[in-house]
Design a protein around this ligand. Structure first.
Ligand code: MN
Length: 243
């Protein structure tokens, strides 16, 4: 893998630009679309950094398979389902996941599983960066301290939620409409959006997210995950969610 310093800094610049674009686009239509795709089709958002950027914490092969195969499959399967529901074109995937009861029954399960998979992974890639960043800042830091006592208190709860999630799923830091933050977990590709809460930080604890490097040692993967969190992104999500 080509990782000289100039290409890394260029990638970082590209990533920042892509991130701003993705943030701007994510809330408007299904996702970033290209002219080659059917109207309303979802496209796989770019990883935004090199596959090996998160080494040694998350290995390049896992990142490549996770993004190019797993996330791509959620996107492809979601598009197959949406092709049969043209009335949903123009709605954001977040709005569909936030109100699953209104999604037509024939495509509801696909929206929940494949659409959830797409939305969750899009969030996942954007919140990670090489070497991580300093911890939470500003209003997010205040919310974490007042809710969990301190950052270590948050980590304890988040680690526990990620460790104890039985089978495939996610652990989350979320914010409710009343601006209260919480740690929670979901099964499969379910998203806190479906329970009226906004995901700020999510850890994927499906085995495909860590098995190549960590095998059955999920706690080691969770510990490593903390080393690559971009807290600036999380703080920005919090700011946007609480208005
Ligand atoms: Mn995954």
């Amino acid at each position: 893998m080509n990782t000289n310093l100039s290409s890394l800094s260029r990638r970082d610049a590209i990533r920042r630009t892509a991130l701003l674009g993705a943030v701007a686009a994510f809330g408007s239509r299904f996702s970033v679309t290209s002219a080659a795709e059917a109207p309303g089709a979802v496209s796989l958002p770019p990883l935004g950094y090199a596959y090996d950027a998160l080494e040694p914490h998350i290995d390049a092969q896992t990142m490549q398979i996770h993004h190019d195969k797993h996330h791509a499959a959620y996107v492809a399967n979601l598009n197959k389902a949406l092709a049969g529901a043209p009335e949903l074109a123009g709605k954001t995937i977040e709005s569909l996941l936030s109100d699953l009861e209104t999604v037509p029954e024939p495509v509801r399960m696909a929206v929940r599983n494949q659409g959830g998979g797409h939305a969750n992974h899009a969030l996942f890639w954007q919140q990670l960066r090489k070497n991580g960043s300093h911890g939470p800042s500003g209003d997010l830091a205040k919310a974490i301290n007042s809710t969990f006592g301190d950052f270590a208190g948050f980590q304890k709860q988040f680690t526990e939620a990620a460790t104890k999630q039985f089978g495939s799923g996610w652990a989350w830091l979320t914010v409710a409409p009343n601006k209260q933050i919480a740690v929670e977990s979901t099964s499969n590709q379910d998203t806190p959006l479906s329970k009226g809460r906004t995901p700020l930080l999510g850890i994927d604890v499906w085995e495909h997210a860590y098995y190549l490097k960590y095998q059955n040692r999920r706690p080691e993967y969770i510990t490593a995950f903390y080393q690559v969190i971009d807290w600036d992104v999380i703080a920005e999500r919090f700011k946007k969610a609480v208005g």
